[in-house]
Ligand binder design. Structure first.
Ligand code: PMP
Length: 325
């Protein structure tokens, strides 16, 4: 029998998928790590599991305890799944500029969701800071703190990075992905850069984020936005991102990203979210720069279902001046 051990045992070991249309067009192998196939539906299941386990190991999270997090979506979803399976309560702080689908799904899963006013990180009432304060104020509460908790990076150093290396037999020329907390790029880049002949690591950034400038000029200054992407881009260098080993960066505009997700749907049969669209656009740019015969790996972060009212809503796209082809 080939079985997996419950929810936790089903996180990770995702397939590495050849994206046919993009590979054929560029003459490169464009491969996507299918993180949308994690049991909670995104790349963040790994970070959620590692963060909860670390709090258990340190003794800060005990039976009947509560995990509190400030999250715009996927991390919260991962945390609630993991906590339900282990008997913990969850309280999720979310800014009020997020889609209703995400609030609904978190409540359906069983989290107590507190929607708070969206204010910048520097403001004391920022959703992440409120989450930290609330966790400290309750008996048995812990703060997941995905942005600056290095268990997030560790999850990708111990699982995603080695999986990619094994699945490509160590033959990859570049790895690229967008950054929210930075856990994915940091853990994967740290692992790959310790191998023989490591690939080039390229940060993919939407507009309206400071990370492209940070990589290319050393200064984290914002580029003009906004972007309709969710879960990626940042105005600050988190403790997770600070540990990444990055060689260069590319910027991807929403116009290209929207065309890419619809192309995936129509030509390849995939239903991806916006950060995956950014990642695939970045992979194609790198393939064109490197020329045919190279292997480029990226992350297929989540599926399109959570973006029904935005990315997959024709009137939303029209209002934003975006076209699907
Ligand atoms: N894509 C999606 C859909 C996400 O939710 C996130 C996490 N916010 C990311 C990409 C970025 O991953 P990371 O936080 O590891 O940088």
């Amino acid at each position: 029998m080939q079985t997996k051990a419950g929810f936790a045992g089903s996180v990770g070991n995702t397939p590495l998928i050849r994206i046919d249309s993009l590979s054929d067009e560029t003459g490169c192998e464009i491969l996507g790590k299918a993180e949308f196939m994690n049991p909670g539906g995104s790349v963040k299941d790994r970070a959620a599991l590692w963060i909860v386990r670390e709090h258990e190991k340190s003794g800060s999270l005990k039976s009947g305890g509560t995990v509190v997090e400030g999250t715009a979506g996927n991390t919260g979803i991962g945390i609630v799944h993991v906590c339900n399976a282990r008997g913990y309560k969850t309280v999720i702080y979310m800014p009020d500029n997020q889609s209703k689908e995400k609030v609904d799904i978190l409540r359906t899963l069983g989290a107590e969701v507190r929607v708070v006013k969206a204010v910048p990180y520097a403001d004391d009432m920022n959703y992440q800071k409120q989450a930290g304060r609330y966790a400290a104020s309750i008996e048995g509460g812990v703060w997941a703190n995905q942005f600056d908790n290095l268990a997030n990076t560790q999850s990708h150093f111990e699982s995603t990075g080695p999986e990619i290396w094994a699945q490509t037999d160590g033959k990859l020329d570049a790895f690229t992905c967008a950054v929210g907390t930075g856990g994915t790029i940091s853990g994967i880049s740290q692992y790959l850069k310790t191998q023989k002949n490591p690939p080039k690591i390229v940060l993919a950034d939407p507009y309206g984020s400071a990370l492209f400038n940070w990589v290319t000029t050393g200064e984290a200054s914002m580029t003009p936005g906004p972007s309709i992407t969710e879960g990626i881009g940042n105005s600050r260098i988190t403790q997770n991102l600070a540990t990444a080993k990055i060689d260069s960066a590319v910027q991807v505009h929403d116009t290209e990203m929207v065309k890419m997700v619809y192309r995936m749907l129509r030509e390849d049969g995939w239903f991806f979210g916006s950060s995956t669209g950014i990642n695939l656009c970045a992979a194609v740019k790198i393939a064109k720069e490197m020329g045919p015969g190279h292997t480029i790996v990226t992350i297929l972060c989540d599926a399109g279902h959570k973006y029904q009212s935005t990315l997959f809503n024709p009137s939303f796209l029209v209002a934003k001046g975006l076209s699907t082809n």
